[in-house]
Design a protein around this ligand. Structure first.
Ligand code: ZN
Ligand code: ZN
Length: 285
């Protein structure tokens, strides 16, 4: 049995419920159908906003992965199916370079029949995530040019109201006009609409996270060939090529089987046996 046949023996011809109301199936379904053999369905009466929105009108439930799990479980409870799939994104300042915006997408899959769960992820600084105060339509249009409007949608908000999914100049003018009149504020906020269907840049990263999920599933246990043989621990201590002392860089990764529990340590995951002395705290303090 080759890899794909092995994976198909788990998922082929089964229905997978994709918990989205933002058209994520456009990029996710083709990959899931081809690589896993799952028949992807999107439930009609699903409200994923109850699990949190980017516009902060509803707080996210738990952390990113927990939020994704909630969505998938909710979709399964609604439909009575056994495979649930969901995605969840976060945006914000890069943890190490706070002046750069970054986006982390998670795609989660749970299979109740096989008692199997796994998530894939993609992290990128390729995002137009941004917000700005504006006083008039000219300032709004300048912002729009920077964020790739109208292919990417925007949101305009006052202190107590918000208009989402703006994708034409006319809608933008109308929204600004309305909100200024109603709120009598001199300044409104404009921001990128990060919902997948209004943000092709984000959609691309959701596709990358889906591919990562598939790669992880395709990693089979060397002992029992169960899917999802993945890294559970990373060990620091890669020796410096100059002085030979241990650095904080990763020396090995521990893989563990979800089924039989077998573990395997793989050395030098980045393909280098020694750390660059430039990254060594002793050689380059
Ligand atoms: Zn195994
Ligand atoms: Zn050194």
């Amino acid at each position: 049995m080759n890899e794909k046949e092995r994976i198909y023996s788990f998922f082929h011809h089964r229905v997978g419920i994709l918990a989205t109301m933002h058209e994520k199936e456009k990029v996710m379904a083709p990959l899931l159908e081809d690589k896993l053999g799952i028949k992807v369905k999107v439930p009609k009466h699903l409200n994923t906003d109850q699990f949190g929105t980017f516009t902060r009108d509803i707080e996210r439930m738990g952390n990113q992965l927990e939020a994704a799990k909630h969505k998938a479980e909710h979709a399964l409870a609604l439909t009575g199916e056994t495979i649930g799939i969901s995605s969840e994104g976060i945006f914000g300042p890069h943890p190490m370079f706070p002046w750069v915006a970054h986006n982390r997408e998670i795609v989660y899959l749970v299979d109740k029949e096989n008692k199997f769960e796994i998530f894939g992820e993609a992290v990128t600084t390729d995002t137009n995530y941004k917000q700005k105060g504006i006083k008039n339509i000219q300032e709004a249009l300048l912002f729009c040019v920077e964020v790739g409007f109208p292919e990417h949608g925007v949101i305009v908000r006052s202190n107590n109201e918000m208009i989402k999914g703006i994708i034409t100049k006319e809608q933008l003018e109308e929204a600004i006009h309305d909100l200024m009149k109603k709120s009598s504020q001199e300044e409104l906020m404009i921001e990128t609409d990060m919902r997948a269907l209004y943000n092709p840049t984000r959609m691309k990263n959701i596709e990358a996270a889906t591919q990562n999920l598939i790669n992880k599933i395709y990693s089979l246990c060397e002992s029992c060939s169960y899917p999802g043989f993945e890294v559970v621990e990373r060990k620091k201590g890669l020796e410096c090529g100059g002085c030979g002392l241990k650095t904080d860089l990763i020396k090995s990764e521990i893989y563990k089987c979800k089924k039989c529990g077998v573990q395997k340590e793989k050395l030098y995951p980045n393909g280098k046996q020694f750390a660059d002395p430039g990254q060594c705290p002793f050689c380059n303090p």
